[in-house]
Each structure stands twice: as structure tokens, then as C-alpha cells.
Ligand binder design. Structure first.
Ligand code: GLU
Length: 510
């Protein structure tokens, strides 16, 4: 095998792609980019019972959104296609035939009832494993126990059959995994796995190793759940006398409490997404948002995902895609499961959002909130972004943080109005309106100066008017500097909001 790095992401289109799947894609992508290699997308769709037609599109859309685009594969072309396994059916049959010819595989004709009976018998005999293997295959209905003539007749008369791998008996075999070190197994633990199914489709194992070989895959980087299949894969490589790829099994992504694998249900229960893009929840019959729709920036999403199972060994946490590509190494992938932390995920997005300037966010905000900003100029939208950006975790938070900058409050935090807008201070607001009317240069520092001068002259503390002023202008107690808000909405709107608000507040406090 050459040293050239060729890696693949090989999802099965059986449903929505979980973020664990996307992390596998990301690690493959990063490794390929770092090594100047090739990242391939192969669709493993040989399990026709679990096939979901829309899943392939969901996979490619997710990769596109995250910017983890393949160099080669389904939808990208390349010299090793087709990259969709259902289009490679004949090819697998040819390799299955090779194993049959070399007596490394055999036809099996057992019915489900016969297989059940075998398990029952082995159990009754006190065997610890009740599998189809070197110890049991000779008492089953297959091309090893039937004559050649009988087997031929069975097949030719259209009866269902499968092809099984003839797993060697009692051999100690080892392979290297970059994350886990040497993994050793005894072939007695393994059964005679089916390679070709009754529908003449190969099983995952067969198709997977044939394709990895033919597509010259150098490193198999995949989830931990495939570790238990690797001994069989190693035995298949051996049967073909092919050099196996380097194996890299990634740790599981765990639930926030660290107990068990992160599942779709965790997302529903805790209210965070576990899918990159929106998806249709069959159980609840509703469409649920993914990371994209929640407002994640692809770079933040990738950064968060990269850290679920890998770290650079330094304190640095914020990594652009370029930084990740430079720093990524298989050696720093951890063995222990990585706990998903929703607060941390949001923190990543915040970091990226805060680094973006208003101009970079402008078109997204305009797209998301066309009605809100319809009458505002770009300049004014950008100033609004600058005012509230620090308080946003997602670009979708803009409306919640900035609506009062574009229109007068429709609702007020009445609890706080009652608490902070005191009857004895009402007169001060009337006075302030007069002071503001006389202020010509309506800028934030001048407004602040004007208000402070009034407070000083009347020996008042900030608490007497500031909270009330904020509530009058914005309806809420939180937000950026109230003087910046007043400057943004302008003198006329400030005075109008004060007057109208005061009338309404009176009804609340009397
Ligand atoms: N088709 C398998 C999956 O759905 C691929 C496993 C592998 O990468 O070998 O994850």
C-alpha cells in the first residue's frame, strides 16, 4: 500500500445523520487535509430493509452546510466509482466467488427455523456460544455438508441461500488500532458471518472491505461501534491476501451526564439538537431544528465537534477550520467517551459570533428578520448589531435582543415597572423630558451628560431614574447602555416613548 492518504466517510442511508456521524466525517476530512490526501464519500446502501430514500440527500446537505466537502465520491466523481454500493453489486459477487473457489467461503441453505434449532441444541449441550462456526457448521445444511450435486440443485431450483465466510478455527490474531493499540482476538470468538445475503446483496462487512481495498483506502477512521467488526474484517483481508488499512476507532459521544451514548431522545428531553440540520420527528410528527436552524455557524459547529474526542494538548479551544487542519493528529484522539455539553456548544458559537463584525452578520440578519429591519438602512442595522452582539449566542437571537431598537415596545416588564418606577420619581421624568428637549447634539455621551447633570443638580442617585428610563425606552431591564439605545432610536422617538410610556406606567402604579 502506498503512503498516500485516502480516507472515506461511509454512512449508511438509514435515517438522519447524527452529529456522531458528522464527527466521523470531520475527522476523516481533517486528516485528509492535513496529510494532503483525499477525502471520499461512499454510500453504503446494501441493507435494503433499512434504506431511507431521503437520507442520502440529508447526508450530503449536512456535509455541505458544515463545509466538510468530499474530494471524491457520490456527487463528486472520481476514478474509483461508482461510490454507491448498490451500484457495485456485481463486483462484490465476483469477490465472493473468489472466496468460494478458494474454499474460504461456502453456501448455506439453512432456514430460520433450522438456525433457531441449532442455537437451542448448542445451548442444551452447554456450549457458551451458540454460533454458526467451525464447531457447528458441519451439522448444518450447507455446501460443506451436502454433495456438490445437492448444493447445485438447491441453488438452481431457486431456493434461498446465503454465502458464509469460513472462519478459521482457534487462531490468535492481532491488529493495531491507532487509538486503542494492539487488539488481539481468537477466531473461535467469531462466527461464519454471512457475506452474501439471500437477496444477492453483499453484507456490510463484505462490501466494506472490498471497497476499502479497491478504493485504496489507507486509514479507516470510524466510530467505536465498528471495533467489534474489525476482527472479521482483518480475517477477510487475510483471506484475500490484501494489506489491511490502518484502523482508527473513535470514542463514543456520550450523553451530557456521561452515562451512555448520546441519542436522539436526549436531544428531545433536554431541548438541544443532535442532528446537524432540521429533521422530521416521526414520533411527535413535528419538524425539529438542527444545529443549523438553531443558528450555529458552521465553523463553531466544527470546532465544537472536533473537541468531542480530540484535543490539541494545549489550553487553546477556539480553532478555525484552518487551525484544526494544521493541528489535527490521530495520535491525540482520546479513547474514553466524550461527553456532549450543550452549554459548551453554545459557548463555541458565541466565540465565533463575537469575532464577526457587523458587516459580516448583516446579510444573515436581513435574511432572518426581513420585517423587523425592513425600513432600516444597512448602516443602522449594523449599528444595532454592534449594540447587541455581545448579548447574542446565535444570530437568531437578534430579534429578541434588538426589536425595541426598531420599534417601540409592545410589552413592558410590568413587574419591574411596579418595582422601579416609583410615584415619587415621576416628576423627574417630566423634568428630564424638558432637559432632553433642549439637547441639540443627540449623541450617547451628551445624553448621558445631560441626565447626569440633572441627577447632580437634584441630588439624586442613578437608581431614581435610570431603571425607569430603560423600561420606558425598551420595555425590559436588560440590554446595552441606555444612552446608546436613546442615541440609536433618536431624540424624537426617545421623547415619544417616554411620554407614552409614562402614561401607561401611571396606570400600573396607581
Ligand atoms: N456503513 C457504516 C456506517 O454506517 C460504515 C462503517 C465504516 O466506516 O466502516 O457507519
Amino acid at each position: 500500500m502506498s503512503n498516500f492518504v485516502r480516507v472515506r466517510f461511509a454512512p449508511s442511508p438509514t435515517g438522519y445523520l447524527h452529529i456522531g456521524g458528522l464527527r466521523t466525517a470531520l475527522y476523516n476530512y481533517l486528516y485528509a487535509k492535513k496529510q494532503g490526501g483525499v477525502f471520499i464519500l461512499r454510500i453504503e446502501d446494501t441493507d435494503r430493509n433499512r434504506y431511507v430514500a431521503s437520507a442520502e440527500q440529508y447526508i450530503t446537505d449536512s456535509l455541505k452546510w458544515a463545509g466538510i466537502e468530499p474530494d471524491e465520491g457520490v456527487g463528486y466523481g472520481g476514478d474509483y466509482g461508482p461510490y454507491r454500493q448498490s451500484e457495485r453489486k456485481e463486483l462484490y459477487q465476483q469477490y465472493v466467488q473468489q472466496l468460494l473457489d478458494e474454499d474460504k467461503a461456502y453456501y448455506a441453505f439453512d432456514t430460520p427455523v433450522e438456525l433457531d434449532a441449532m442455537r437451542e441444541r448448542l445451548k442444551a449441550e452447554g456450549n457458551s456460544n451458540q454460533q454458526y462456526d467451525a464447531h457447528s457448521r458441519n451439522s448444518m445444511k450447507n455446501s460443506l455438508t451436502l454433495t456438490e450435486e445437492e448444493s447445485k440443485n438447491w441453488i438452481e431450483s431457486g431456493n434461498p441461500y446465503v454465502v458464509r465466510f469460513k472462519m478459521p478455527k482457534n487462531e490468535e490474531v492481532s491488529f493495531q488500532d491507532v487509538v486503542r493499540g494492539t487488539v488481539t482476538f481468537n477466531t473461535n470468538q467469531l462466527d461464519d458471518k454471512i457475506l452474501l445475503k439471500a437477496d444477492s446483496m453483499p453484507t456490510y462487512h463484505m462490501a466494506n472491505i472490498v471497497d476499502d481495498h479497491l478504493m485504496k483506502i489507507s486509514h479507516v477512521i470510524r466510530g467505536e461501534e465498528w471495533l467489534s467488526s474489525t476482527p472479521l474484517h482483518v480475517m477477510l483481508y487475510r483471506a484475500f491476501a490484501w494489506q489491511p488499512p490502518v484502523f482508527v476507532h473513535l470514542p463514543l459521544i456520550l450523553k451530557p451526564n456521561g452515562k451512555g451514548k448520546l441519542s436522539k431522545r436526549d436531544g428531545e428531553q433536554h431541548g438541544f439538537p443532535v442532528f446537524p440540520l432540521k429533521w422530521f420527528n416521526e414520533d411527535a410528527q413535528v419538524e425539529q431544528p438542527g444545529f443549523k436552524e438553531i443558528g450555529f455557524l458552521p465553523e463553531a459547529f466544527n470546532n465544537m465537534l472536533a473537541f468531542l474526542g480530540w484535543n490539541p494538548g494545549t489550553e487553546q479551544e477556539v480553532f478555525s477550520k484552518g487551525d484544526l487542519t494544521e493541528q489535527f493528529s490521530l495520535e491525540r484522539i482520546q479513547k474514553a467517551g466524550a461527553r456532549f455539553d450543550w452549554d459548551k456548544a453554545k459557548w463555541y458559537n458565541q466565540q465565533y459570533l463575537h469575532q464577526m463584525n457587523a458587516r459580516e452578520l448583516l446579510s444573515e440578519i436581513k435574511d432572518q428578520f426581513p420585517t423587523l429591519v425592513k425600513e432600516a438602512s444597512d448602516e443602522s442595522i449594523m449599528s444595532a448589531i454592534d449594540l447587541v452582539k455581545e448579548r447574542m449566542t446565535f444570530s437568531t437571537d437578534f430579534a429578541q435582543q434588538a426589536t425595541y431598537l426598531f420599534k417601540k415596545p409592545e410589552q413592558y416588564d410590568e413587574k419591574n415597572v411596579r418595582k422601579r418606577y416609583k410615584a415619587q420619581n415621576v416628576e423627574h421624568f417630566t423634568q428630564l423630558i424638558q432637559q432632553f428637549e433642549g439637547l441639540d447634539d443627540w449623541q450617547s455621551p451628551n445624553i448621558e451628560q445631560c441626565l447626569k447633570a440633572y441627577l447632580e443638580a437634584n441630588e439624586l442617585g442613578f437608581g431614581a431614574v435610570l431603571p425607569g428610563f430603560r423600561l420606558l425606552l425598551s420595555g425590559t431591564m436588560s440590554g446595552p447602555s441606555i444612552f446608546d439605545i436613546a442615541a440609536f432610536i433618536g431624540k424624537e422617538a426617545t421623547l415619544e416613548r417616554m411620554k407614552n410610556g409614562m402614561e401607561y406606567f401611571q396606570t400600573l402604579i396607581s
